[in-house]
Design a protein around this ligand. Structure first.
Ligand SMILES: C[S@@+](CC[C@H](N)C(=O)[O-])C[C@H]1O[C@@H](n2cnc3c(N)ncnc32)[C@H](O)[C@@H]1O
Length: 228
């Protein structure tokens, strides 16, 4: 798969294949757009095939979060744009003493979040949590829907205490065009999101990530990791 994507990129550079459509500018985040995004995910909550409520604990995403957050010791962790809380549910069992708070704009997604997980309906562009109230926060394939990406990144960082950890996993702008996307969705370059996180975090880094340890990442997904 990785070889195929390298070949496609080479052919595109030589003009032998059409370029991806250019990455669109984000539309302004109006109340009407916020409603449309929420409604679309409320509807998507019925689609268990594409928006599952469970996740395999062996997934690289889970392993990365466990590695980053376990040293924080019985951490309070926020899952931002949690969907049905599939990652939080696994982390609650894998990280000793972890307390997970799941936040999302879609009430229908949040309806799947059950104790011991806590649920909070909120947009990541206006998180109702106090500064530094978490030891860690993560967002998996949700920041791409925030529209006001800078505001969302600032809130995710703000709610984590100094010395805490932030992990964002999302799609790589270099691969834009590989999937059909709604008009509000944005993908990120490594540098773009690193720069946003660096506004309030230190030791910001990013790396390609695949779903499985024995599958070489093809560059479609990136993980950004930062220390507050
Ligand atoms: C592709 S799903 C990913 C869900 C979850 N992170 C997972 O991997 O299973 C994107 C989620 O982001 C949520 N979302 C979209 N915009 C949001 C916003 N501004 N604030 C919080 N959540 C948002 C959606 O409701 C949806 O549940």
């Amino acid at each position: 798969m990785a070889l195929l994507h390298t070949l496609i990129r080479r052919l595109r550079r030589r003009g032998a294949l059409p370029q991806n459509a250019p990455h669109k500018a984000a539309p302004p985040l109006t109340p009407a757009l916020e409603r449309r995004i929420r409604d679309s995910f409320d509807e998507a909550a019925a689609d268990e095939e594409h928006f599952p409520a469970t996740v395999d604990p062996r997934l690289e995403h889970v392993r990365l979060l466990v590695r980053e957050f376990t040293p924080l010791g019985a951490p309070r962790i926020a899952d931002i744009g949690c969907g049905k809380g599939r990652f939080a549910r696994v982390l609650a069992g894998e990280i000793p003493g972890a307390r997970l708070v799941c936040s999302d704009v879609s009430l229908k997604m949040l309806a799947h979040v059950r104790p011991p997980l806590s649920a909070c309906a909120a947009s990541m562009t206006a998180l109702p949590f106090a500064d530094g109230s978490f030891d860690a926060a993560y967002a998996i394939e949700s920041l791409e829907h925030a529209v006001d990406i800078a505001a969302a990144a600032a809130h995710i960082c703000r709610i984590v205490r100094p010395g805490g950890r932030i992990v964002i996993i999302d799609k790589n702008a270099e691969h834009w065009g590989r999937l059909q996307t709604p008009e509000w969705e944005r993908w990120f370059s490594r540098g773009e999101l690193e720069a946003l996180l660096a506004r309030s975090c230190r030791r910001v880094r990013s790396q390609p990530i695949s779903y499985w340890a024995d599958v070489e990442p093809d560059g479609m997904f990136l993980a950004w990791i930062a220390e507050r």
